[in-house]
Design a protein. Structure first.
Length: 225
C-alpha cells in the first residue's frame, strides 16, 4: 500500500476503461495520482515543503469522493514514505479515519507500526506478506520489485527490531540507486551507528564521509559576466 499499491486499482481501472473506448477517468483520479506521485518524490528527496503542498492537493482531490477507504489509503501512503525513511511516528491522518476504514487499511497501519497480528498478514499487499509473516531475510526483501515497497518493508523490519545488517545494506543500495537522499541518509546513519558500536572506526569514518557527500550542498551556478 505504498504509492503504487494504493493507486494501482484506480490506475488500472482507468487504463482498462480507456482501452475499451469508454469515458476517460475522472479528473479527481488523475489529479490525485499526479499530486501524490509528486508529494512522495519530494519527500524522498528531502523537500518537506513541496511534499506538504502536493499532499494537500492529493488529499483534497480524494476527499471529493467522500470515500473513507481511499482517503485512509492516501494518508497511509504518506506514512509509508516516512517508515521507508525511518521516521517512526504516529499516523494521525489515518487515525482520524480509522473508524471508517476497512480491515485492509487497518492491517496496513498496524504493519507500518510494527504491530501487525499474524492472522492479519493475508490482508496486506502481496509483496509485504512474507515480511509480515516473520521473514526478516534479505532474500524476502530482494524479491520485492518496487523499490519504495522494499524500503517500507525494510523500515518495518528495523522498527520491529528484525533488520539484520544485510537488510540495512540492501536498503542503502535501494535508496542510493533511486537517488532518494532522505531514506539514504537515514539508512547510512544506521550503518554508521552499528559500525561505531562494533568498534570499527574505519568503517564508521567511511560511512560518515558518504553521509557528508549526500549532505554536501550543490554548487551555485556561476553568475553571468
Amino acid at each position: 500500500m505504498t504509492l503504487r499499491d494504493v493507486l494501482a486499482a484506480m490506475s488500472v481501472a482507468a487504463l482498462l476503461v480507456a482501452c475499451a473506448g469508454g469515458p476517460p477517468p475522472p479528473d479527481w483520479q488523475m489529479n490525485a495520482q499526479g499530486a501524490m506521485e509528486r508529494a512522495t518524490a519530494a519527500y524522498l528527496s528531502g523537500n518537506t515543503r513541496l511534499e506538504a503542498l502536493e499532499f494537500a492537493r492529493a488529499r483534497a482531490e480524494v476527499a471529493r469522493t467522500g470515500r473513507a477507504d481511499l482517503l485512509a489509503r492516501t494518508e497511509l501512503m504518506r506514512c509509508a514514505a516516512r517508515v521507508a525513511s525511518l521516521v517512526f511516528e504516529d499516523c494521525p491522518g489515518f487515525a482520524a479515519l480509522a473508524p471508517d476504514a476497512g480491515a485492509a487499511e487497518r492491517a496496513y497501519a498496524d504493519y507500518l507500526a510494527g504491530q501487525l497480528r499474524p492472522q492479519d498478514a493475508a490482508l496486506l499487499p502481496t509483496q509485504h506478506r512474507d515480511v509480515a509473516a516473520g521473514s526478516g531475510s534479505v532474500d524476502a526483501l530482494s524479491r520485492i520489485p518496487d523499490p519504495l515497497s522494499r524500503l517500507v518493508a525494510a523500515g518495518v523490519l528495523l522498527r520491529s527490531a528484525r533488520a539484520q545488517p544485510a537488510v540495512t545494506a540492501l536498503a542503502v543500495d535501494t535508496a542510493s540507486a533511486q537517488g532518494w537522499s532522505r531514506p539514504l541518509l537515514a539508512w547510512l546513519n544506521v550503518q554508521a551507528l552499528r559500525a561505531e558500536a562494533a568498534g570499527d572506526a574505519n568503517e564508521a569514518a567511511r560511512l560518515r564521509r558518504r553521509i557528508g557527500m549526500v549532505l554536501e550542498p550543490a554548487p551555485k551556478a556561476a553568475s553571468a559576466p
